[in-house]
Write a protein that binds this ligand. Structure first.
Ligand code: 5GP
Ligand code: MN
Length: 342
């Protein structure tokens, strides 16, 4: 579904027919889909002759630092001046895998002020109205799949190559938890089939993302699992990790990725959460996951300054870890009827 505002798709298409300075920005703490969609679009637009630059708001996990094009990425919080120059010279600005400017973290003010026409491509719920052109579809499994459909709409699928396909495959694989989540469709599989046809090594991508653990990370996983608490009657499970526990295992960005899903793997559990203490930012970072109709996007919005999708959302708490858990347990209790339905 293409929504339109000040730019029509045809004007956008015309705009991109001649070389432009293009900047691509994914959300803060970029994940596999944020980076995969950004680098996939990067490689596509390079092929079209544009001058393209991906600017990430802050750092991202080591297990994503092999995607083709990674070395060209500019990190805004550490290289603000050069990033600012690129943004000043931009003629087209893509914002990927987010739909509210505050999701760009340290880049929020800069993006709010920037007058360059913004193109939003995103699959999260309730998009804000900041872009000149909005391509929003909450039924998509990933922004990376949307980049493929965008190329298709542009009439450019013959430009598909290994670099584009590798980046987009990474995003689709990570956002669907390896093609498991319900939003993985027959179209998703056709899209990745095209990547494999042009020579993308899917098995290699899986190894690079999922079999890149440090031993310490597995020990952190052990602690997370021993901290797992189950509220059987409420079909809820949650994990806590304190700053002390993270420090003990030399926490690195990305180490806690996916841990929340262990709660959801228990038979009968419909709602899982993880609470991760971050003393530097004085917050508890929260990830929420659900199965079926239980809407964690709404819960994250209403109670934890966050958002996301119906079955996967995130947010934060400004209370202590213990207070946050207390609040959470009360909240879950108050949602008993919903959690016990079906
Ligand atoms: P995760 O739990 O993996 O960090 O995020 C799950 C989903 O929720 C992702 O789609 C992510 O973009 C979204 N999300 C995570 N944290 C936040 C947040 O603080 N605010 C909003 N609006 N969305 C978030
Ligand atoms: Mn995504």
């Amino acid at each position: 579904m293409f929504l339109m505002k000040s730019l029509t798709f045809e004007t956008l298409k015309t705009l991109l027919q001649t070389p432009k300075n293009v900047v691509i920005v994914p959300h803060v703490n970029p994940d596999g889909d944020a980076l995969g969609s950004s680098l996939g679009l990067y490689h596509y637009l390079i092929q079209k002759g544009h001058n393209v630059c991906v600017i990430v708001p802050n750092d991202y996990p080591e297990f994503l630092k092999w995607i083709p094009g990674t070395s060209t990425i500019i990190q805004f919080d550490t290289h603000t001046e050069i990033a600012q120059q690129k943004l000043d010279n931009a003629e087209v600005l893509f914002t990927l895998d987010f739909n509210a400017l505050h999701r760009s973290g340290p880049m929020q003010t800069v993006l709010e002020k920037n007058k360059t026409p913004k193109i939003m491509i995103d699959h999260h719920q309730q998009p804000e109205d900041y872009a000149a052109y909005t391509y929003s579809d909450v039924n998509m499994c990933s922004t990376s799949e949307m980049i493929y459909h965008f190329m298709d709409q542009m009439g450019d699928l013959e430009l598909m190559n290994v670099a584009i396909g590798t980046a987009l495959y990474t995003g689709i694989m990570t956002d669907t938890a390896s093609f498991r989540f319900p939003k993985t469709t027959s179209t998703t599989h056709r899209v990745v089939a095209h990547f494999i046809e042009v020579g993308v090594n899917h098995s290699n991508i899986h190894n690079k993302v999922y079999d890149a653990n440090r031993f310490e990370r597995l020990k952190l996983l052990g602690t997370a699992l021993s901290n797992l608490r189950v509220m059987n009657a409420l079909h809820t499970a949650y994990i806590t990790l304190s700053q002390k526990e993270l420090d003990e295992f030399g926490y690195q960005k990305g180490d806690t990725e996916g841990l929340v899903n262990y709660g959801l793997s228990i038979k009968g559990i419909k709602f899982a959460a993880i609470f991760i203490e971050n003393k530097d930012d004085s917050i508890i970072k929260i990830s929420l996951r659900s199965k079926g109709n239980f809407d964690v996007n709404q819960l994250a919005r209403e109670h934890f300054h966050g958002g996301g999708h119906q079955n996967a959302a995130g947010g934060k708490s400004l209370l202590s870890l213990d207070e946050t858990i207390e609040k959470f347990e009360h909240l879950v209790e108050s949602l008993k009827a919903q959690l016990q339905s079906e």
